[in-house]
Every structure is written in structure tokens, then in C-alpha cells.
Ligand binder design. Structure first.
Ligand SMILES: Nc1ncnc2c1ncn2[C@@H]1O[C@H](COP(=O)(O)OP(=O)(O)O)[C@@H](O)[C@H]1O
Ligand SMILES: [Mg+2]
Length: 157
């Protein structure tokens, strides 16, 4: 892959993927859908997810959009805080149970898009999924990962 500037017009070869993913995000399925982007490190997963997340049509379609980086040595309180920041617009110092409840409550009865970038383990998925209610509101969770195990696990849960 050529290293080039960050201008979106130089990102090549992802238009088709982008269109397919967009269709899934705004599609009619009412049930919460997990949308996986899977592949080796450096293949362009984060870039693709970013383009999707920053698309104006996508932003317009959802009530709430939130993005968080997970990675291997994830810090759960940090992750929950960053999701809360995306959704409420507020920075919180300490993650209380009240705030955790607020995350779940804010998402309930809303149409939300969550991006969880770079998940390494099914254990992480078990810990995070309790915060994402399924209210048949056409909610979507995009996950990027190198592990097909994670995709299978999350898709079947
Ligand atoms: N379609 C593309 N065309 C050109 N460069 C790309 C493309 N997708 C990603 N890149 C570049 O490749 C590198 C790795 O991409 P990244 O999205 O971080 O991969 P991953 O998340 O799969 O590890 C980055 O420097 C990024 O700018
Ligand atoms: Mg990445």
C-alpha cells in the first residue's frame, strides 16, 4: 500500500466495501446487527471503519454514534468513558455504576451505532455487550478484529 496523505480521495480500493457496509448499517433489519470487519493487522480495517463512521449519511441516520478503540490491553473503564463521551458529550472522571446505567439507558429507545475498533478476545465482547440493549431499533455495532473467532462469537450471541 502506498503511503500517502490522509486525504480521503487517495484511499484506494475500498469504495465497494464501503457501499456494502453502508447498506448493512442503514438496512431495514430492525434487530440489533453486528457488522464485522475482519482481517490481518495493517490491512485497512480501522481506515474503512473510520470512513464509514464519518460518512454524513450514516451520522444522519443514527441518533447516537460512538467510537472506541479496544486493542489487546484494553481498559474497560476507559472504554466505557469514551463511549459515554461520544453519546452525552460530557467528560466524566470517575466511572460510577450510575454512569454505567446511564450508558445503557441512553442507548435504550434510541437508534445507535457503536464502533469497537480492534477487539482481541471474546472475553471483551462478553464484558461490553451488556451495555448495548436491543430494542429493535435498527441498531448496529461495527467490530474490527483480526480474530475470526471473535466474529463468530459476537455474531452468534
Ligand atoms: N485502501 C487503502 N489504500 C491505501 N492505504 C490504506 C488503505 N487502507 C488503509 N491504508 C493505510 O494502511 C495502513 C494500515 O491501515 P489500518 O486501517 O490502520 O489497518 P488495520 O486497522 O487493519 O490494522 C494505514 O497507514 C492506512 O492509512
Ligand atoms: Mg486497526
Amino acid at each position: 500500500m502506498p503511503s500517502s496523505s490522509s486525504s480521503s480521495s487517495v484511499v484506494v480500493g475500498i469504495d465497494e466495501d464501503l457501499m456494502q457496509l453502508k447498506d448493512r448499517l442503514i438496512g431495514m433489519q430492525t434487530k440489533l446487527e453486528i457488522v464485522p470487519i475482519v482481517g490481518m493487522g495493517g490491512v485497512g480495517k480501522t481506515t474503512l471503519a473510520r470512513k464509514l463512521y464519518e460518512d454524513s449519511m450514516i451520522a444522519y441516520h443514527f441518533d447516537y454514534c460512538a467510537w472506541t478503540i479496544v486493542s489487546q490491553d484494553y481498559n474497560m473503564p476507559q472504554i466505557l468513558k469514551s463511549l459515554l463521551r461520544c453519546i452525552t458529550g460530557n467528560e466524566c472522571d470517575q466511572l460510577t455504576n450510575e454512569l454505567k446505567n446511564m450508558l445503557h439507558k441512553s442507548l435504550f429507545s434510541r437508534k445507535y451505532l457503536i464502533v469497537l475498533d480492534d477487539i482481541w478476545s471474546t472475553r471483551f465482547w462478553d464484558q461490553i455487550r451488556i451495555y448495548f440493549p436491543d430494542n429493535n431499533n435498527r441498531n448496529r455495532i461495527v467490530i474490527t478484529t483480526r480474530e475470526s473467532d471473535v466474529v463468530n462469537y459476537a455474531s452468534s450471541s
